[in-house]
Design a protein around this ligand. Sequence first.
Ligand code: ZN
Length: 158
Amino acid sequence: MRVGLGYDVHKLVKNRKLIIGGVKIDYELGLLGHSDADVAVHALMDSMLGALALGDIGMHFPDTDPKYKDIDSLKLLEQVDKLIKEKGYELGNTDIVIAAQRPKLAPHILKMRKNLAKVLNCDIEKISIKATTTERLGFVGKEEGIEAFAITNLYKNK
Ligand code: ZN
């Protein structure tokens, strides 16, 4: 059994879509990034790569590469999933925490879990997503950005 930790932050700006966990959320601000800036999916991918000491997403999908411009991060997740399966591992479970002062994420959590379970081709019970505010403290509390943490367990399937 292997465990990996992932962490990601993106800045909130005007004129960008807000996409978290593959869900497009109706909001006046969106996350800035080279890809679609899906902070939860990025933390998850880093935790999966970290579990097998395979580096990070910046290494696998460099933000200098135009082919990743505005890419749907679920497509990148599909590639990370393929990679861990090639190494003989399966997802045990993952627990993701998204910290955002606004907007309210609770109404979107189930859909996010379904999106990730579909891409990873696993039971939704393996995917936990929680949302929290930071009580108005720090950059998250000041609504300057959104951060996500993920811890993931992978197990050898053969
Ligand atoms: Zn990111």
